[in-house]
Design a protein around this ligand. Structure first.
Ligand code: ATP
Ligand code: MG
Length: 392
């Protein structure tokens, strides 16, 4: 029965000029998300509100699903839009609405009228009382509860009259595109997709880089990362995924450096390469799925040594999360089932029995000097042979 949806968004964060940018980006992201749903939709802004109108047939659940991916949306209200044809007609429409939406009338309600158009002949208090009375007359089983009603019927008098009583919670956050772009180090694990989601939620668009080590990591492991990027792109918008062939660099480190330092040195090369592509793509920072103390390469000392190779800020949105909290995010975004598929990871293949947990920068830098002859050309080859996959 609904042809339109009223989109509610958080207005506290958006003052002055930012409001326009916020709304523009939100409209743009809503249009992108609705491509997932069958049917034709129009998204429009009107007097500080955003409406989605369905042009014809559509699937309600699909639309809800699509809109639930759009950051910046706080609530989605299926709305009936009416022309103002006088109070009596409004009362009839309100009764018809209640009848259709609530087949079982054993409920309490409250009318919440708002007169945004000041030339309407009744004020909101009068409307509350008059419409309440009409509803009570029409349905004897219904009763009023002004404190804790089952149904809060909103009647907003605007250009058109907005009639709605349901608000489906949106994901919150900021529309993607309002806060620049970041480069996500995306592995096939649980953490990095969750980190990408958290970053996109703050309005940051994403590109991604994945370090692939064939033949040690398989095509299926790569496909898993592509699949995770697809899941993520439902929230973040299109992602340019860079697949870096990391094998030669890893083998070279393995050959030249102490094995207990492999992971940390390898991670430093990942960061260097990620930063290169971040700059080339206009990203303002790097994002990883690290969390303090989770593994040897994520102690405070290890993070400091990894960080030391980057000039760009490195964002770690999961830094204070326990694994179960990360899993909750992963499940919420429907990435978990994909993340736990048991394909090999380039980090685990060359992992030492006893990796250093408290690396010292000077020591690591000394070890890296053993790579001087040969690493440059391997880096160059890795950059040149990187495959770019556009994820939409
Ligand atoms: P994840 O679940 O994201 O794989 P993890 O718990 O396995 O994380 P690490 O393997 O130490 O932790 O990796 C830490 C972070 O480094 C990851 O969250 C990710 O951002 C990045 N990373 C690790 N391996 C890769 C890879 N092969 N390609 C791209 N980024 C990677
Ligand atoms: Mg991993």
């Amino acid at each position: 029965m609904y042809k339109s949806f009223l989109i509610k968004y958080g207005e506290i964060a958006i003052k002055g000029k930012n409001r326009y940018l916020f709304e523009e980006a939100l409209v743009c992201q809503i249009r992108y998300a609705l491509k997932e749903a069958e049917g034709e939709f129009h998204v429009r802004r009107l007097q500080g509100r955003i409406y989605v109108d369905a042009a014809g047939e559509y699937d309600y659940d699909e639309v809800m699903q699509a809109l639930s991916h759009v950051f910046g949306i706080v609530g989605i209200c299926p709305v009936v839009l009416l022309k103002d044809e006088g109070f009596e007609r409004l009362a009839e429409d309100v009764i018809a609405y209640m009848d259709k939406v609530y087949p079982d009338k054993h409920l309490t309600f409250k009318v919440h009228a708002r007169r945004a158009r000041k030339n309407y002949p009744m004020d909101s208090m009068e409307l509350n009382a008059a419409l309440g009375e009409k509803i009570l007359e029409a349905f004897p089983e219904i009763s009023v509860d002004v404190h804790n009603p089952d149904v809060l019927l909103c009647v907003e008098i605007r250009e058109e009259i907005n009639l709605y009583s349901m608000e489906i919670k949106g994901p919150g956050g900021m529309p993607v595109g309002t806060n620049g772009k970041a480069m996500l180090l995306l592995s096939g694990g649980i953490d990095s997709p969750a980190a990408g989601y958290m970053t996109a939620k703050r309005g940051v668009a994403l590109d991604a880089v994945y370090f692939h080590a064939p033949p040690y990591t398989s095509e299926r492991a790569k496909q898993k990362v592509v699949d995770l990027a697809k899941i993520l792109s439902k929230y973040s918008g299109p992602i340019r995924l860079h697949v870096v062939n990391f094998t030669d660099i890893q083998l070279f480190i393995y050959e030249k450096c102490p094995h207990e330092e492999l992971t940390i040195i390898m991670r430093r090369y990942m960061m260097r390469i990620a930063e290169h592509f971040a700059r080339a793509n206009g990203c303002l920072g790097l994002v990883t799925g690290e969390s303090i103390g989770q593994v040897a390469s994520q102690t405070m000392q290890s993070l400091a040594v990894t960080n030391a190779v980057c000039d760009m800020p490195v964002y770690r949105p999961l830094i204070g999360f326990d694994k179960n909290e990360i899993i909750a995010v992963s499940e919420k975004i429907d990435a978990y089932e994909t993340s736990i598929l048991p394909y090999e990871d380039c980090c685990t293949i060359f992992v030492a029995k006893h990796p250093v947990t408290k690396p010292v920068l000077k020591t690591i830098e000394r070890s890296e000097r053993k790579l001087e002859e040969g690493i440059e050309e391997r880096m160059k080859t890795a950059l040149e042979t990187t495959e770019v996959i556009e994820i939409k």
